[in-house]
Structures are given as structure tokens and as C-alpha cells.
Design a protein around this ligand. Sequence first.
Ligand code: FEO
Length: 174
Amino acid sequence: MTLNSKLAKLLNEQINNEMSSSYIYLAMAAWFEQTPYTGFATWMFNQSREETMHALKFYQYVVDRDAAVVLQPIAKPKADFKNPIDVFEHSLKQEQKVTQQINDLFEVAEQVKDHASKNLLLWFLNEQMEEEKSVRDMLDRLKLAGNDPASLLVLDREAGQRKAATGGEADAAA
Ligand code: FEO
């Protein structure tokens, strides 16, 4: 089944959106590296890697569907933040934006009755739900910790223990 041209264009855009996300998280990791919060830096670095894996998953899907991959420039990410809460608030907004993008893609896949694409996008919708939840949970706890250094360091240590994505999970779901 030939990939619908509108869907192919949007899937290509999503490669760029995910690479942009990866860059945004890498900038957040770099910002944390300039602070005492090395655990949050690790969290953001691992998130950046996950977003690259997402981009590659879309890339492989477009290739597997025998459509052309067209790569676009990646925008410069925001590099200045006020504090850890500010970073995680931007992270949550970023994830909500991506969820909307995937939702829009799913609707187009549904309109053109492309069930294979719907299957791929369902995996991403579940992934987005998990990502929004983990960012929201951390944000809630950061707000609870406020300016208490001891509480912030506990959260930082925990964030540093977050496992890096291997991409295996994404492959298994493909
Ligand atoms: Fe791949 Fe978190 O968007």
C-alpha cells in the first residue's frame, strides 16, 4: 500500500519534530551541567537520546513504506532557564506539543485508512502518555521541594538513576 502523500509529509515533519525535541533536551542537559544538579543533567541527556530514537523510528518507518525521507533544519533550542522547575515546565509543554502532533498524525492516518501507520502512532501515543506522566510527577515533587536544598538533592539523585533508553522497546513495538 502506497503511503498517502499528506501522511508521508507529516511523518517526515515528525522526524524533524523528534530531532528538535532531542536538541531541546540536550540544551536542558547542558544547562543542568552548569549547576550542581548532575542527576537532572543525566535525566535530560537520556531523554534527548530517547527523542533521537523516536526520530529514527519515524525515519525507518518512512523508509520501510517506500517513501522518500526529506530532512529539514533543526531550530536552535532555548538555552537559558531560571531554575529546575522552569526546565521541567518547559519539558512538560514540549511533551504536550508532541502529543498533539502525534494525535494530529493519527487522525490523518485514520482518514486515509492506513492501519499500519495507526499502529505505529498508537505506540507513540502510549509513549507520550508515559513521558508526560514522568515529567509531571517530577514537576509536582520539585514544587513540593521548593527551595529546600536537601529535598532537591534527593530528587536530583533519583533523576540521575533514570535508565537510558536502548531503543529495543521501540524496535519490539515496531
Ligand atoms: Fe518523542 Fe517525547 O516526544
